[in-house]
Write a protein of this length. Structure first.
Length: 367
């Protein structure tokens, strides 16, 4: 009982409030896309179930000290590789939207890369906590890249968007760890030189999306139709929107994957510019509060974990919203806490749990 009292007293209530608001908005927007067949359709039920599982996950994480994961990087690494390779097991791996990134559990599918994002943050936090001084030379940075490379390469083979998220996490964390900028410039030049090679090994649908982004006027290219309809929906929403449940673009299914990748388009159409800016404002508040947790963290390991989480959320938020406006390529990256998807929501909630745990432990609670 004393544990829960201390938990409620010291948890970051602002972050919790923001996530609650985003969760409610998520359910409303997803329900809006299927309102003709009844608000409480399958997607809404799955989303609510994912949030319930996520809440359970948060409480489990808060019951342990995050430092228990320090030193377990080797095991977390092996677990990450196993989870990512499960998609290639016959009868278990499932292909969706041109990518073999899901595993079937019979009653539902799970995207392992979403869970591996969290494991990746813990792995890099542990590594950088022990080797931060090595980042001042090129050899040390290469070693940090080698640690991340196998996971990123496996993800890249099937999911370009998720691979970009992993890269963003890695870059943000090594910068926070104190990398030498001259050393990073050399490393960046090496990565740029390797881009043409990486392009050769990309899947056809990945190449098509890049081609579509470079030629937005060609609606025959994969992804451009989605973006065009998305921009029409957001533009038609005006300042205050058409009203909740009153969107016409989503109602007539002009917006593809409107419950997940393009959920922001639905928000823009029904709630207008005010609704869109409000969502961005909520995300900003959450990220700023998490930055405060980084500042007050008890140790560097905890700070690195939250920095990785901030990097993950920031990149996903920017890429997803920019994608719906045609400012970034279509990648399939979801909007945190809003897009439909059990794996995505569970991953977001686990990340939230770790961020809150670091914040609580910084207040020296006696559990």
């Amino acid at each position: 009982m004393n544990y829960f009292f201390n938990l409620i007293k010291n948890i970051d209530k602002v972050i919790v409030a923001v996530v609650v608001l985003l969760a409610v908005l998520s359910v409303l927007m997803i329900g809006s896309t299927q309102i003709d067949s009844g608000f409480f359709g399958r997607d809404v039920i799955v989303q609510i179930a994912a949030y319930i599982l996520g809440i359970v996950a948060v409480f489990i994480i808060l019951s342990f000290n995050y430092t228990l994961f320090s030193g377990l990087e080797k095991y977390l690494y092996i677990l990450s590789l196993v989870l990512l390779l499960l998609v290639y097991v016959p009868g278990l791996g499932v292909e969706q939207f041109g990518a073999r990134s899901w595993i079937s559990l019979g009653f539902t599918t799970v995207q392992p890369s979403e869970i591996v994002k969290i494991l990746f943050i813990l792995i890099m936090a542990g590594y950088l906590n022990e080797h931060r001084d090595d980042l001042y030379n090129f050899k040390g940075l290469i070693k940090a890249g080698i640690v991340a490379a196998p996971i990123i390469i496996i993800v890249l083979k099937e999911d370009f968007g998720s691979a970009l998220v992993f890269c963003a996490i890695w870059v943000v964390m090594i910068f926070f760890a104190g990398i030498n900028l001259k050393v990073f410039a050399k490393f960046f030049a090496l990565v740029v030189a390797a881009v043409p090679v990486a392009y050769v090994f990309m899947a056809d649908y990945q190449k098509e999306r890049i081609e579509a982004f470079l030629h937005p006027e060609n609606l025959d290219l994969s992804g451009n139709y989605q973006v065009w309809q998305s921009k029409v929906a957001i533009g038609s929403g005006g300042i205050f929107g058409k009203g909740l449940f009153n969107g016409t673009q989503k109602e007539l299914d002009f917006i593809p994957v409107q419950t997940s990748d393009f959920i922001f388009s639905v928000i823009g159409e029904e709630l207008g510019m005010v609704g869109g800016l409000s969502v961005i404002g909520l995300f900003t508040i959450m990220l700023v509060r998490m930055a405060g947790i980084v500042k007050n963290a008890l140790d560097f390991y905890g700070a690195l974990i939250v920095v990785g989480i901030i990097g993950m959320f920031t990149f996903q938020i920017f890429e997803n919203i920019a994608m719906t406006m045609g400012l970034m390529p279509v990648t399939g990256i979801t909007l945190p806490f809003l897009s439909y998807g059990g794996s995505s929501i569970l991953s977001n909630m686990i990340a939230l749990g770790f961020a809150l745990d670091v914040g609580i432990r910084s207040k020296s609670i006696n559990f």
